[in-house]
Design a protein around this ligand. Structure first.
Ligand SMILES: O=c1ccn([C@@H]2O[C@H](COP(=O)(O)O)[C@@H](O)[C@H]2O)c(=O)[nH]1
Length: 300
């Protein structure tokens, strides 16, 4: 498997920068799919309905995107059956040719991070056999515990040509509480970005981009533009487009390099739930939303 950065560059050249966010919110599912039969545990039944919906989303959006981000929270909410469904969907997405980001925002002391990293990226070697577990192409991680705690993720990614996206400037309204605190004359997030660029540097490949990227919200276009300008070798994972208020125009101006690479832009609710649960034409709504997002993000 080639370097993550190059596989991502190839995907963005082919499909544009849209990343489909698979966040299966039960209350947003089409009403027809929110049905239960009389037997079987409810969480299991709900997981099967989510499975059916997500499979359809993957098919409908595939022409417009090559990257899918699984938001672990919504699958965890469904318990073990939901986790099983997530694993099956990840395998299906891989067979369909998607690049897979697992948004689980991991971060812990190094000895524990090693287990998280094996589960997400390398697989686990047991009895001489390496078993893939989640088998993601990239994982989101939280930098708060420091460099030693991130190293197991970076090492795992290096070993198997995978990627890591480090939270730098998140999209939520309260992000500044800690991330904007001034330390040594500049905001904390800019120190994090500098460290991410340092970890990324040895991985930079032909596209001029590397395997250790940064999460930078579309809802803070000034900081997004500043990160883009300061760190041309970083892939940016940009959430906050659509449902959280980030616009395609602001993103186009702030997030990309001159060659059109450098950022992937996540849309979860905007692309996956652009319909009312009682709208019978929900499939067409998803297809239209994905097509429009692809078009407006590339400015075509
Ligand atoms: O700063 C961040 C980091 C991650 N997210 C995640 O992205 C999606 C956004 O969903 P939308 O429905 O498009 O708003 C979701 O999975 C978040 O957990 C983020 O929003 N901001």
């Amino acid at each position: 498997m080639g370097a993550f950065a190059e596989r991502l560059a190839e995907t963005v050249r082919q499909y544009g920068p849209l990343c489909v966010g698979l966040d299966p919110r039960w209350e947003c599912l089409p009403a027809d799919l929110r049905r239960f039969s009389t037997d079987g545990p409810l969480l299991f039944q709900a997981s099967q309905q989510v499975r059916q919906f997500c499979l359809r989303v993957l098919e409908l959006t595939r022409p417009y995107s090559g990257v899918v981000k699984f938001q672990s929270a919504f699958f965890e909410l469904l318990g073990p059956a939901g986790m099983q469904v997530m694993q099956e969907l990840i395998q299906t997405a891989r067979q369909q040719g998607w690049l897979i980001i697992w948004d689980a925002k991991r971060g812990d002391v190094a000895s524990t991070a090693e287990a998280y990293a094996a589960a997400a990226l390398t697989g686990w070697t047991l009895n001489g056999q390496t078993l893939p577990v989640w088998d993601a192409d990239a994982l989101t991680v939280n930098p708060y515990l420091g460099a030693d705690a991130l190293e197991p993720f970076l090492a795992a990614a290096r070993r198997v040509g995978r990627g890591v996206f480090v939270l730098v400037r998140t999209s939520n309204p309260g992000a500044g509480l800690f991330q904007d605190l001034i330390c040594e004359g500049r905001p904390l997030y800019s120190h994090v970005a500098e460290a991410v660029a340092r970890w990324n540097a040895p991985t930079v490949s032909a596209s001029g981009l590397g395997d250790v990227g940064a999460v930078a919200g579309a809802t803070h276009p000034r900081q997004l533009a500043e990160l883009r300008q300061s760190y041309p070798h970083l892939w940016l994972l940009v959430p906050g487009y659509g449902a959280q208020g980030g616009t395609a125009e602001e993103i186009r101006q702030a997030a990309f390099r001159d060659d059109g690479l450098g950022a992937i832009v996540n849309s979860s609710r905007g692309v996956v739930f652009p319909f009312h649960p009682h709208d019978p034409d929900w499939e067409r709504a998803i297809r239209t939303a994905a097509e429009q997002a692809q078009r407006e993000l590339t400015g075509r």
